[in-house]
Ligand binder design. Structure first.
Ligand code: C2E
Ligand code: CA
Ligand code: CA
Length: 798
């Protein structure tokens, strides 16, 4: 039974036994509570004891009562003295023994208080009995209340008093007092329940107090740690903005003494040091936590940037009673960030704006278009064949050219936004433009300016540019749309033959999709054997004899149909697919020629991208030796674009071709960059007069003059001339009269498949020229006027 009670007791009141420091601390607090109440109980006991003893002073029990009172005085006095000594000490951890001592003391006290009155109780007169009964009841309640933190002491105290009181009551033989004894037991039970419950509650309260204290200790440790270790500074203000937590760090940050801050409000300080407070004020007004409100601060004549974060503090009713937060000085970070931003706006190589800068400028232009109706124009300027410049010279030369281009853009368009979009692409933003022709005119001036050779180190580099124009707001409502559309215009300009200007049109979108599709399909065309060669004859007109033929590539796509080389060759060049395709053409042409064409000379077109490759000559040799075609029967046609950067590799390959005995023709002569100095740099075997001149021969006297000059020029330099694109007999007549003896064109035959060409060869009858009719006369006056043009050409050559 005793064991069971002990087990229950231990389970519910571990505070009596547990040796851990937490329990010791809790015990200390409980005892400290009892100590602070004990003097009242003791004085109460002494005074009431004196009252009883005094009341019985006339009765025969006066001497035992006096003895009792003196005993009470000794017991209570001891208690008072010991609590007096301990009163100043804060609660200290207490051992289980201390609890046992309290229990024993309460036992002694209850016996001392009750024994004598209970013993003499039956002998007393009813009025004295009443006084004692009342006092006992009061002392029972007061003791139970005082000892409520130590349930064992409280319970023992109550039940000792109940037992002794009932012993006294039952000895009287009075029925009414029997009833009182029964009531006494009931009260004892209630008081015991109260003591046990209060003990538990006290224990729980102490524990939660302890936890709260531990947490607040931890918070202050963390805060101190935080303040010491981070550069952030804590602040706390009440509702009127006065600082409620002022650390040295905060005072230092705000540039004043901690004492000064007591009389300052945060808002007041900010008002004198921060010109842009709106965001901060708004955040406070919202009454919600906020983070990283950036404030520019001017302090000690220096500019700082602070980031302020805070959360509101609430009172018990949920009203905002202040704010607590941190201030971080982010001046360095802010400066680094703005430096980075500045850097990101400038292209490091050329010093003009970057893509980011252009985007900002475009955003502004779009805004102006929306708000004020201003129109702007974006010019995307791209260097033609810039890759070759890098490949043929070096990247250093390439960089010099890029810087030169930026410089020229600046010279031609001084008051505009310029940017390099990456690689060899530049942009000019004209804001505002008065009329759309303004953009076109500016582009033409740019084209002209870029034609002047660039000096890069010891090199002189010629470049051309293509320009795409996008108009704001017509060609896009967003930055990306404007950029994408202008890019499409640029692409169209490049496709259209480079060195051109193209304005965006909605049809270009469709074109670019087709271009992307063609590029994709081209990748598999060679292995899928979709290519074939068509042949077009060249005729020596005075003898009407086929003296050669040109191999022209054809691509038959299974779903897209026949695609013109004029469309897919530039795409293949841009996609880097031309070396493989060109090599196939070369081998196939040589093979076919050796097998089927006897001693006819064949012309094969070669792209500049092929000629700048290191293995170009190996491919030529392989094609010749595989097919056993004599080198003298092969002619390579190249275009003037090969020379725009005067690539030494390409030039070396031209000489190697000559040394190998292969003939070299300059195709499309007169178009493009038409620098006659090319002709001096390399002695071509043949000049092919471009179709555009032949086409104009009958309508424009200047075309006739140019053709005549070219033919004379070629003769002087010992070169043959071939006229391309001859479609009418009259054109042929003019050409013949001018001295051009070789002709290629639909007038004689269109390019045709091998079988048809073989038929043409076998059915051809030399000397059977068709009737050409009379040669159309040119207006003499016009011819005179054009003499000066001819002179200018000859002067350039000389
Ligand atoms: P190109 O080298 O100037 O070839 C002559 C082009 O003019 C051919 O167009 C031919 O069909 C066309 N033509 C010939 N006579 C006449 C005529 O009387 N009137 C008209 N209107 N056109 C005539 P094609 O075959 O469409 O080739 C276009 C261009 O594609 C060629 O121009 C050439 O630059 C390129 N190309 C063709 N095959 C190859 C190739 O194998 N390799 C390389 N790199 N380029 C090629
Ligand atoms: Ca050609
Ligand atoms: Ca041509």
């Amino acid at each position: 039974m005793f064991k069971a009670v002990t087990r229950i007791w231990r389970k519910h009141y571990p505070i009596y036994w547990a040796l851990d420091p937490v329990s010791a601390e809790t015990r200390g607090k409980i005892l400290s509570n009892i100590i602070s109440l004990t003097p009242f109980t003791m004085w109460g006991a002494i005074l009431s004891g004196l009252l009883i003893a005094g009341a019985m002073f006339t009765s025969p029990w006066r001497w035992p009562m006096l003895g009792w009172w003196l005993l009470l005085l000794v017991v209570c006095g001891t208690g008072l003295v010991s609590t007096w000594h301990q009163r100043a000490h804060p609660a200290r951890p207490a051992s289980p023994k201390a609890m046992a001592r309290v229990t024993l003391n309460s036992l002694v006290f209850s016996v001392a208080w009750t024994l004598i009155p209970a013993w003499i109780f039956p002998e007393l007169d009813p009025s004295c009995q009443m006084v004692i009964t009342g006092l006992m009841a009061g002392m029972m309640c007061a003791g139970a209340f005082t000892l409520s933190g130590v349930p064992m002491a409280g319970t023992l105290y109550v039940w000792i008093m109940v037992s002794l009181c009932n012993w006294a009551l039952l000895r009287t033989g009075n029925d009414w007092l029997f009833l009182l004894a029964a009531l006494n037991v009931v009260y004892g039970g209630i008081l015991t329940m109260g003591v046990l419950y209060a003990a538990k509650a006290t224990n729980a309260r102490l524990q939660s107090e302890r936890e709260a204290e531990r947490q607040s200790r931890m918070v202050s440790v963390l805060l101190r740690d935080f303040e010491e270790q981070t550069t952030d500074v804590l602040w706390e203000v009440n509702l009127s903005g006065r600082f409620t937590h002022v650390s040295d760090k905060l005072a230092k940050l705000l540039g004043c003494e901690p004492s000064q801050l007591q009389d300052t409000t945060l808002q007041g300080w900010f008002r004198t040091h921060c010109p842009h407070l709106d965001e901060f004020k708004q955040a406070l007004r919202a009454g919600q936590p906020f983070r990283d409100v950036i404030l520019p601060i001017s302090l000690s004549q220096q500019d700082h940037w602070w980031s302020v974060s805070a959360r509101p503090l609430f009172d018990d009713n949920g009203n905002v009673m202040g704010w607590r937060g941190v201030i971080a000085d982010i001046t360095e970070q802010h400066q680094a960030q703005s430096r980075l931003k500045d850097l990101s706006l400038i292209d490091p190589l050329t010093g003009i704006g970057s893509r980011t800068h252009l985007r900002e400028a475009l955003g502004h232009a779009l805004e102006l278009a929306q708000t004020k109706g201003f129109r702007s124009a974006l010019l995307c300027v791209d260097i033609d064949n810039f890759k070759w410049i890098n490949d043929a010279h070096s990247h250093t030369i390439g960089d010099e050219v890029l810087k030169g281009v930026a410089q020229r853009l600046h010279t031609v368009c001084p008051d505009t936004q310029l940017a390099r979009l990456g690689g060899d692409e530049f942009a000019v933003l004209l804001t505002p433009v008065r009329h759309d022709d303004h953009a076109q005119a500016m582009s033409k001036r740019l084209l002209l300016a870029m034609k002047e050779p660039f000096k890069a180190g010891d090199h002189v580099v010629n470049i051309g540019v293509s320009i795409g124009i996008g108009l704001i707001p017509d060609h896009g409502d967003t930055i990306d749309e404007v950029l994408a559309n202008t890019d499409l215009a640029l692409l169209a300009a490049k496709e259209g033959g480079r060195g051109r200007v193209e304005v965006f049109a909605h049809s270009l979108g469709e074109r670019s999709r087709r271009r992307a599709m063609i590029e994709q399909e081209l990748k598999g065309a060679l292995s899928a054997r979709q290519f074939s060669l068509y042949w077009q004859p060249k005729v020596q007109t005075d003898e009407w004899r086929i003296c050669g033929c040109e191999a022209l590539l054809r691509w038959a796509h299974p779903t897209l149909g026949i695609i013109s080389p004029a469309e897919f060759i530039p795409i293949a060049e841009a996609a880097g697919l031309i070396p493989a395709i060109g090599n196939w053409v070369l081998r196939e042409a040589c093979k076919v020629a050796a097998r089927h064409f006897g001693n006819l000379t064949i012309s094969v077109n070669a792209s500049p991208a092929q000629l700048v490759r290191p293995h170009f000559m190996e491919n030529i040799n392989a094609a010749l030796s595989e097919s056993r075609l004599p080198a003298s029967q092969l002619e390579i046609e190249i275009t003037e674009s090969l020379f725009i950067d005067a690539s030494p590799v390409a030039l070396a390959h031209l000489h190697a071709l000559r040394d190998r005995g292969v003939r070299v023709a300059l195709d499309d002569f007169g178009t493009g960059y038409s620098s006659l100095s090319y002709l001096r740099r390399f002695p071509f075997d043949t000049l092919k007069i471009d179709r555009s001149f032949v086409c104009e021969l009958l309508n424009r006297p200047d075309a006739r003059a140019i053709v005549r000059t070219i033919i004379n020029l070629a003769r002087t330099l010992g070169m043959n001339t071939v006229a391309e694109g001859v479609e009418e007999p009259a054109q042929l007549a003019v050409l013949q009269q001018a001295g051009c003896m070789v002709t290629q064109g639909f007038l004689i035959a269109k390019p045709m498949p091998l079988e048809d060409f073989k038929d043409l060869l076998s059915n051809w009858e030399d000397g059977h020229a068709p009737e050409l009719g009379p040669i159309p006369q040119t207006d003499f006056a016009q011819l005179e006027a054009l003499r000066s043009t001819q002179k200018a050409w000859s002067a350039t050559l000389a």
